[in-house]
Each structure stands twice: as C-alpha cells, then as structure tokens.
Write a new protein. Sequence first.
Lengths: 287, 158, 747
Amino acid sequence: MRYLAAQSVAEAAKALAAEAGVTRILSGGTDVLVQLKAGMVEPDLIVDVKKLPGMREIRAEAGGFRVGAAVAGAELGEHKAFCAAWPGVAEGFQLIGSTQVQGRATMAGNLCNASPAADSVPALVAGGVVARIAGPDGERDLAVVDIPAGPGRTNLKKGEFITSFLFPARAKGASDAYLRFIPRTEMDIAVSSAAVNLTIGADGKVSAAEVALGAVAPTVVRVPEAAKAIIGTKLDDAALAAMAKACEAACNPIDDKRGTIAFRTHTAGVLACRAAHIAYERAGGKA
Amino acid sequence: MKKLHISTTVNGDPAEFVCTPDESLLDALRNRLGLTGAKEGCGTGDCGACSVTVNGRLVCSCLVLAAEVEGAEIATIEGMADQDKLHPLQRAFIDHAALQCGVCTPGILVAAKSLLAKNPEPTDEEVRYWLAGNLCRCTGYDKIIRAVQSAAAEMRGA
Amino acid sequence: MAFDEYQKREFKQVGTRPNRPDGVDKVTGRAMYGADMTLPGMLVGRILRSPHAHAKIKSIDASAALALKGVKAVVTGADFARPEDDFLRDVQENCMARGKALYDGHAVAAVAAIDAATAKAALKLIKVDYEILPHVTDVDAAMKAGAPIVQDGRTLENVPAGMSGNVTSHSEFGHGDPAAGFAKADKVVERSFKTAATHQGYIEPHAAVASVTTDGKGELWCCTQGHFFVRTLCAGMLGMEASQLRVTPSEIGGGFGGKTTVFIEPVALMLSKKAGRPVKVVMTRDEVFRATGPTVSTSIDVKIGMTKDGRITAGEAYLRYSGGAFPCGTIDMGGQAAFAAYDLEHVRTYGWNVLTNRPKEAAYRAPGAPQAIYAVESVVDELCLALKLDPLDVRLKNAAKKGTKSSYGPTFPDIGLVATLEAAHKHPHYTAPLGPNQARGLSCGFWFNFGGNTCVSLNVNTDGTVGITEGNPDIGGSRASVSLMAAEELGIPYEQIRTIVADTNSLGYNDVTDGSRVTFAVGLATIKAARDAVRKMCQRAAKIWDIDEEAVEWKDGAAVPAGPNAGKFPPMTLAEIAADSFATGGPIAGHHEVNVDGAGVSFGVHLVDVEVDKDTGATKVLRYTIFQDAGKAVHPDYVEGQMQGGAVQGIGWALNEEYIYGKDGRLQNAGFLDYRIPVASDLPPIETVILEIPNPGHPYGVRGVGETPIVPPLAAISNAVSRAIGTRMCELPMSPPRILKAIGTTA
Ligand SMILES: Cc1cc2nc3c(=O)[nH]c(=O)nc-3n(C[C@H](O)[C@H](O)[C@H](O)COP(=O)(O)OP(=O)(O)OC[C@H]3O[C@@H](n4cnc5c(N)ncnc54)[C@H](O)[C@@H]3O)c2cc1C
Ligand code: FES
Ligand code: FES
C-alpha cells in the first residue's frame, strides 16, 4: 500500500486514475481505517485529499454556502451562520459517531461510503444539495441524491472525488430537521431515519417540502408523496398520518442485526412526523 | 511495504518515527515511540481508549494513519501532567475514585480535558454526551461525571 | 477458629476513602497493562480462527506460511499433548481446536513472525481444509431430538435417558412439595423466559507476552484475574513444572470473570517455545467477542403460587442453560440462586446444561444467577400486579432471613436482605411521582460469594513502613482496601503501607480474583498476617524490655506492657521496634496462608424508573437506586463503584446487549458498535445505599460485594418496562423492536 498526501486536485485525480489496483480516497478515515483494520479492503493506493486547497473551507456563494468536502463534523458545528440556516444538515452530520469521530468525519466520506444508514445524507438530499466533483476530466456538479448507487457503491467514476457541496440560498421561512432512531443515545448506526426540509408561507402553511428517509432502502430515498401530504397544511393530524403512511409505503428495508423490516418501516414514519414538527417550528410555524 | 519517515511534535517535543503506510497513529505512538498510555480497546473508533488530540482536535488515534500526522502537534495522556504536577482532572479522578481498572482512564482524561477547554462549565448531560465515545465498563460512569465536574469547578476557580 | 470471627469494633481507618496506591500510575498512562509490555527480540503472534460454526478440520497445511520470510513458528492443536483431565482438555481445546472447530471464531492455528504485517500475511497462507457440519446455536433447538450434536459422549449419568446428546448435565435443588404448595395458592403464574448471551465487555482485550527458553524455563506476562491458575493451566498443557513457569500479572483492564481462564496464554508459550524467542499475542476486539467468554444463553420456565395476602406458597423453575460448545457447570449456580431471596416451604429447581456451537462460557459476575433470578422476580412482579399487592411488601413478607433454610440447602446466618428491603421502602425514590409512560420496577439480587486459597506476606521495613505482598490482581481498588485493613490492624497510617500484587514465584497459591473474594479473603489473610507480625513485634519488645512475651500487648500502633507484672515502659511504636530489628533477631515479617471459609452471602435490592417511548420502543432509564449489604464497606468508594458498575452492566443486559447469530451460525455483532454496552449519555446518576450487616465469618464483618449488583437490574428493568407498557416482557434484551412487538404496534 502507498499513501499519497496530494498537493493539488489534479495530482490527486491523476494518481487515482492511474492506479491499476484498489484505491481509496482518505478524508476523515473513520470508515477507511475501520475497513483496513477488518481486512475488508487492502488498497494499493490511498490518496489523502484533506490538505487540498479549499477542501476545509466554508464560504458564502450564491446566497448560500459552499462547504469543502473535507470539513469535519466538529468544524461545521462551530460555524454559527451555517448551523442557523441548515440546522437539520448540521444535526445529521453531527450525529455521526462520537466527539472523537466528529473531529475527523466528513460529509463526503459519509456520502461516498454509501451506507444506506449514513446520517448526513438524508438532510443533504432533502436540502437539494449539489456536490462538486473533480476528476481526471475536470469538474462536474451532481446532486447528492444521485451519488449513491447502492450499499457501498457510488456513481462516481474512477479518479473522481468530491471537492465541495453547494447549499442553495435559503428562502424566508425555510428550515430543516433530521432524526434517527438508535437503541442507545449515541454511538450507533441508524436503524431508520428521516429528514424534512420545508418552507412556510405567510399563511403559516407549508408551501414547499422535501422528505428523505435513511436506512429503509438500499440508498437514501426521497419521498415526494410524503412531502405532498404536508404541503398546504399546518401539520394537522390528518396530514401527518398521510405523511407517515407515504413514508411507510416508500420503505423497502431489510431484516438484520440492527432492526426488523416492521420496526424500520414503522419508525421511519414516526420519525418523519416528528422531524416535520421540528422543522416547522424552526421555520417559525406555530402548530 | 515501504516505510515512511514522519516528523511530528508529541507533547511539545519533536518526535520522529518510521511507519508503514497502513499503520495507525495509535500503533506508531505505542510501538514506535513507546508511548503506551493510549490504549487499544477496539481499534475501530468505538471505545475511545486511544483518544489523543491532533492539532488540538480530539480524535481516536486508531482512526488516524500515522502517515497523516507529518508536521502535526499531538498531545497524549503522557503530556497531561505538568512535569511533577498532576492536572486537576487527574487529581479529581483519583480523589473521586473515578477509575476502577483504569484502562479507559487515559482516553477519558484526554477527552475531558478537551471538553473543558471548549466548555469550562458543562452540564452533566453535556459531559455525558461529550464522553459517549469513551466506553467504561467498570464504573457505570457516575463517579467519572462527578470527577469531571469537580475538576471543572476547580479550574474555573470556584 | 474464633480468631476469624467477626468482633464488633470501632474502626479508625477502615471505612474511610483514601486515594488508591496505583492511582497516579493510572491517570498518567504509566500503568502497564497486558499489551504494554515489550521484550527484546519479541515476535508478534496471531491466531487463525474458524469462519464456520461447526466443521471438521480435515487438514491444516502451514508450509506456505512457514516459507514466508519472517515467519518463525506455526502452532496447531497437534502441538499440544492431550491432557487426561476433562476440564484441562476442554480449556485446551478451546484455546486451540483439535479435530473439529466448534464455533465461529474457534482458534485453529497460530503464527509467530517478526512483525504484525508478516504475521497477518502468514495467517492467509495457512490452508485449512474444513468439512462443514450442521450447527446449532439456540439452546432450545439444541435440546430437540435430531439437533446437530456438538460433541459426542459428554453426557453425564444424571441426565435422564432420551434427551438430546447435547444435554451434558442435570441438577435439582430444593425442598418440600411444590404441588402441595401450588394447591394452597390463590393465584399461580407460569411463564417462559429467554435471555441472550452477553459478554463481560472489559475494555482491555486479552494480551500475553511469553518467553520460553531452551532449558524449559518460562516467563509469562498477561492480563488475568488469576495468575496462579494461569500457571496451573499452562503448565499442564505444556507439560511444564509449576516451578519452571513464572507468571506475572499485568495491570488488568477489566475482567468481570472473563479473565479467569486462559485463551491465548498457552498459545503464546507454545509459539515462543518453538520459535526460541519471546512472543506477544494481543487479541483484537473481534476475537474477544467471537472467542472469549460470553455468559450462558438461557431458556427458563418459572411457576410461582401466591396467596391473596402475598405469601408465596411454592416456587418451581426449569432452567436450560447453554455454556457453548463445552460442558458447563453454571446451570447449578442458576438453580441454586433462583429462589435464594425467599423463605419458602416448597421450592424446587431443575436444570440442564446444553451444548451449542457457541464460544465456551466464561464467568461473568455472579455467573448463572442474573438469568434465573430475572425469571423468578418477573413472575413475582406479575403476581403482585395481579393480586394488587405492593411489590416491596411482598418481598418483605417472604424474605429469607437468619435461620431460613435456603432454597439450595444451607440455613442462612445473619444476612442483610430484610435490611436492604426496608431501606428501599423508606427511600424517597420508592414513592416519588411518575409521569406518563413511566413506571417503576424493582428486584432482589443475591450471590453466594467465595473465600478460597489465599496467601499474604507482610514485611515490616526498618523505617517503620510496611510492604504487603498479595497474589490477586487488583481489578478495582483492592490494593487500597488491603492496605486499609493492614493499617487498621497495625495501627499505622494507611500512607505508610504499600501493597503490591506479586508473581507466582513470590507467594503460595492464590485463587483467582473471582467470587467477590478479594476484599473478603485477601483482607482476612492480611489481617492475620498483620496479627502474625504484631505477635513478633510484641516478642521483640518483650526482649528489649526483658519481660515475658505474654506481658506485651499491641495498642494503637505500639507495643505496650500489660498485666500487673509487666513493669512500666513507655509504648514502643512499630517504627521503634522495626528500627531495632537487626539487633533483636532480624527482619520482621508476618505471613498467612489459608483456604478461607465463611464468605457471607450478599443481597441487594434495586429500584429503577423508566420511560418507554411507545412509538419507537425506546426505553430511557430515568432514575436508579441500589441498596446492598456490604457487611463492612472497607473503602466505600470502591464498594459504590462495584455497585454502580454492576448495575450498569445489568442495564445493558436488560436493554440492548446480546450475542446475535446469523443463520450461518456466525456471530453478527463482534464489535462495540453493534454489541451495545451502555454509554455515558444513556444513563442517569446511579445512587447507592450501603447497608452494613456484619458477616460473622470475617474479623471485620466484610462480605464480597462485586457480583450481586449485576443480578437485580434484569428483572427490575423488565418489571418497570412491563408496567409501563402494560404487557409482560419475557425476553432479554428488551430491544426496541421487541418492545414495539409486545405493545402490538408492529406485527
Ligand atoms: C465509532 C464510529 C461511529 C460511527 N457512527 C456513525 C453514525 O452514527 N452515522 C454514520 O452515518 N456513520 C457513522 N460512522 C461512519 C463514518 O464515521 C462516517 O461514514 C463518516 O462520515 C465517514 O467520513 P470520513 O471522512 O471519515 O470518510 P473516509 O473514511 O475518509 O472515507 C469513507 C469513504 O468515502 C470515500 N471518500 C472519502 N472522501 C471522499 C471524497 N471527497 N470524494 C469521494 N469519495 C470520498 C472513501 O474512499 C471511502 O470509501 C461511524 C464510524 C465510527 C468509526
Ligand atoms: S481503540 Fe481507538 S476507539 Fe477503541
Ligand atoms: S475503569 Fe475499567 S473501563 Fe473504565
């Protein structure tokens, strides 16, 4: 195995593209090192992308934010303006692991490790966030929702990696929330999860919404029917019941050591309703 | 595997070592530098016994490649006391019997120190959440929380 | 021996909370644990483990591994002679399979190489030809006719004919005629329970450094609860004489019973013997979960009858325990402990041990008791609910006390159960208001406690300080407690005493640090070693004063003349006698060797409040209070620590911890991410109330305290959860999916 601390985006992309064997991109390493230890992967080349220019920056762009792909959870959590605008994204990201893991873990790593249970991804999907991707053929932009291809697989091509995320400008009355279910209070992988991103109009009704669920399908899923169920409402009981039902219908989970199909399906609906409430209140709505 | 030569600062002193590219910082500290205070309870980020700080950030040293710390500043449990003066947290842990077997203690002390640097007056709940990645199987955490709070009060001059 | 017996006294130092002697080493990272040792020229040892739950090992070809540059030795089961003794053979086969791999993770070969990378590469080059056999991991399934047989021919004669060949032993305890008792009951409840296997979960993985030289001498450094026992086992397996194998215990990073046997130690010794160099073997966390001691997994039926006014008329339990792939005696302790808290006319338990393709059980705090008592205490709670009776009143009404013929035979001397129940009754926690979805549960707990072989030396230094040498690894502050008892007895300050834990060559045999025996038994031996030294110091004083030995007494740390003809001399302190010792007969030391009896049983009561989220099945522990009889709390901090730690392990067991096996018989959750031990944010403060009902069998009244606290949480939490959701929970752990299913939210 070789370790390369790339100095430029081009160098990283070139090295990754040129390597005939197994490669791994190293951001926080909180997935990569665990896989190395378990012997799950034996890469020939590891390219550390944390030190590339801009990778750890958070800056304003187009009325929103551009967040470098190697910004760690603890770093994003310390950015007050970002957390105020995107509280659901911030809490999803910061739920990952422990304080120690937060010192290292990144959203790009979480997304590209491509676990269906990845905690930062549902809020990114619900937020309509777009990733900027660098590769041997230059840059391209791809919506976060289109990046995971299935458990452990992404739609990135050989030599490609994420350099940043663009969070769009926030409308007035917009906010988001993320909830997951774990058996303990910390240090668990989500058994099911839900992110809700919504905007409230002047009438106090939900005018726009996006709902995404985690750990209930091979990838994080968008649930437009669930969003539809609450648009035009103040989250009355009927709207929430319809939302829960839509969420349950969108679930296609597995039975495993972490939870059963029935449990995952039921709790996904419960969490979506609770997250909708939180996002609604954050957006200034009064139920 | 070809070895790498790494130069860092550990507990304020320059430190150099060679390591394989797949070696963790924890292994390098323990096996290359003889600093066995950080423990390996899991090697996979779950227990926190290997906690150190890298450039002031609390991390699990088992989840950091040794190769990554070129030029970085590392602080371990061995550097917590000021020569022959124990850190208030270290004293509080002894005074409050906050350790039984003590194998989690180095990691918990390093983590608690980084908490108090950020938040000198945490609530019990904040201490508990901050330390959630530091497993202790002996104490049930009760005396650990008390010890951290007592040291925090002392450090605030209360 | 009247000398051993409890005598009421005012303590000056016992009962205080001084700093532990090993504290600074442990807060500065200096303390040396198992994996912290290095020796010059040391090799790295690693173990190859079976990926199959049950498989015949047709052949092992290590030639490619041995040909790899840097590989110095390979060891397989064939390297060990086959011990005659059943017990030793089982331990050995668990360390290194022979003929068959009996569970996922069973060791099949080991290598020693110049570094970790080479050792890892070598493991991949060892070719094992397996013939996969059908497997069984569930205790009930293993008892069925036609179940795959884990090991043939291990059934003891006392097992009734016609049972599955996996049933290895049967036991029965109790007295009276349960049928007659049930006939007198107003209400009889019968329930079946299951409990998952759990792991001790010590944070330090097993580690050993072995060095065997060509002249047959061996040195072993390892983290263990009992280095003398390690010596016995390893010497037996390697055909060494005890005198040639010195075992030095490292500091130990938790054990809870799981480090009372050997796993890697004989393998490290054999690797070192073959390689001619020192070898270090350290387990990964994955290996710890797959191949070291979980508890038994159980299936239990309990039947209890009660009158309308809360008197238990009879109790019966059928206990099926699986201690994994080897015969296991834990079932007997479960059967004996099940009803120990009750004074019953009619009581009987029936137990069976069953083989399954799981790792060999190792002790875990009160082995066998938490499961049995969980089932009994759940049924008692159900009866209280059905008959609308206060659960503490019912326990008090039926509580075992002095003179009760226990359900397992002996008649109890002074015990503390009633006192703990009364303390719980009076405590504000018992009557504190509860909110919606909240409920309170309680349970009694019990453990026998042990004494055992113990040997202590106490050396009086010429400057008046004292060194104590004991042979039980200090797993939670016992050096402090031992020093305190010596200080009390000698009448010198605690700070002037230093207690160390010595290797196997420095002392006579000491039993393992288990059975909650250390503060009790090592304490007793220390007190008596101190008395031995005191006797010698009195002799020296008599010599100096030129009076009769009998005319000298020990008081407040000094010899004083006593009796009418002793003459008038000022007290001669320990320091003065010690300073003069070279002139009065040489160094002064006290010793004591004993196989201690009289460990008093210990009882506890736990109260817990929980809140259940009925939409997700999540349980939050809101408040927790422990009442336990310690006999005498020598160092109350560490007594509280035992109570708190044990309770939290029990909380984990009740709510989330379990060994999960897949259909392929492989362990699915061999790591701390999915084997969910409680984290700090899961828990409330754990309040403790220590009761002191002196144990008549110890000079200071001490009882063991370490094990009882893991017993009550299982039922206390299950009772609370069952009350909160209005449905009886009968399976542990009560993970959220199980709770939602019980509520009926999910199918
Ligand atoms: C103790 C522990 C607890 C955890 N708890 C959680 C949890 O609660 N929730 C959760 O979702 N996850 C959890 N994880 C998993 C992990 O921490 C997260 O997935 C984390 O976000 C990964 O980020 P990273 O930067 O560390 O990724 P890395 O390990 O550096 O990389 C992960 C993967 O992404 C690829 N990659 C990294 N950066 C890029 C990039 N810029 N472009 C393209 N590909 C890239 C890598 O090649 C690799 O395949 C936990 C892990 C541990 C050890
Ligand atoms: S050893 Fe690093 S977290 Fe456990
Ligand atoms: S004191 Fe033993 S693990 Fe914390």
